[in-house]
Design a protein around this ligand. Structure first.
Ligand code: BDR
Ligand code: CA
Length: 330
């Protein structure tokens, strides 16, 4: 009998090439892939100083995304990081969830529990404003892996945060790949297109990881099995989450290996050389019901050096998984 071919995993990129510790606000809507992104961030204290986790309605309702973040934080043993709950609804459109892909709880089949430590006082949008204004210009980076509602609210509350922000690393949008919630829209942007429009027209520096790149980073069976062999609580929980997503990918999409969308954002912060970026102009469709949430990504720029948005086009998927495995083993 022929033995199945084993994929050779790339060695972990070491050391991370992002220079000094990044001060990070992580805005998310866990969500199975948000949860893995949280594990990756929590396991990287030498690279990321997480100032706060902020949550909003998205994949599931706002009370569940906040609770799920607290569950993941407890599994990771990082109760030192505060979690602030935020927007309960999108700015304008009716709420839309993604429970089909994340399960009723938002964490697939991962056993849920009441976290020992709850969320901290203070609305996410206020906390984002306060943290950015309390730091010197350019000091705070935002990772955003859900609808952009909290961030848009923060920009409306205090427009001065735009000039003080370092950069925003966003999972959202699609160009070449087409949409995953409608023919033309990716879920996070579709979930709150008006908030995304506020962010992308603000002039803030954005690095955007859309489906074009996240669909290159898939938890195929060999990669998932490799994570399952790591005996830390974070790795075991991640394997559970990936197995859930892979079963849905097979049953709903007919594919092998679910894309790990949100961890791409954190992987880029840890090891930017694993991704290829291209300057662009990006606008979000907010008017047409047919195209709602579509991201129009334009590479034909008069002067690319002035672009404030970078669009990720390629990922070194083996090295992203090698990085994830190395961190989950800690
Ligand atoms: C995005 O949508 C959500 O369901 C995932 O968590 C990810 O952020 C992918 O389109
Ligand atoms: Ca998400």
């Amino acid at each position: 009998m022929r033995r199945p071919m084993r994929r050779r995993l790339a060695p972990a990129p070491d050391p991370p090439d992002n220079g000094p510790v990044t001060k990070l606000i992580f805005d998310c809507d866990p969500g199975v892939d948000d949860a893995i992104a949280l594990f990756l961030a929590f396991a990287s204290p030498q690279d990321l100083e997480i100032l706060a986790i902020t949550t909003a309605a998205g994949n599931v309702a706002a009370d569940l995304t906040a609770r799920n973040a607290a569950i993941i934080r407890q599994i990771a043993g990082r109760e030192d990081v505060p979690i602030h709950a935020g927007a309960q609804r999108p700015l304008v459109r009716p709420p839309v969830g993604a429970g089909d892909f994340h399960g009723e709880s938002g964490l697939g089949t991962l056993p849920t529990f009441q976290p020992a430590k709850g969320v901290a006082a203070g609305h996410a949008a206020n906390v984002i404003v306060d943290l950015i204004m309390a730091h010197a210009p350019g000091q705070v980076t935002i990772a955003a892996t859900g609808a952009l509602t909290n961030l848009a609210l923060a920009m409306r509350l205090e427009p001065a945060i735009v000039a003080r922000l370092g950069q925003i690393a966003i999972m959202g949008g699609a160009r070449r790949e087409g949409g995953n919630i409608t023919a033309s829209a990716e879920f996070n942007i579709y979930a709150d297109p008006h908030a995304a429009d506020v962010v992308f027209t603000s002039g803030a520096k954005c690095v955007v990881f859309g489906l074009d790149v996240t669909h290159q980073v898939r938890a195929d069976p060999a990669r998932t099995a490799a994570i399952a062999t790591i005996k830390t609580p974070a790795a075991q929980a991640s394997a559970n989450l990936l197995e859930f997503s892979n079963a849905l990918e097979r049953d709903i999409v007919g594919g092998t290996g679910a894309p790990i969308h949100d961890p791409c954002v954190i992987a880029w912060l840890l090891a930017p050389r694993l991704f290829t970026l291209r300057p662009c102009a990006l606008r979000v469709e907010t008017a047409s019901p047919l195209m709602l949430g579509h991201t129009a990504v334009e590479f034909r720029l008069a002067d690319p050096s002035t672009a404030t948005v970078q669009w990720a086009t390629r990922a070194d998927a083996d090295s992203v998984f090698a990085l994830l495995n190395e961190r989950l083993a800690r």
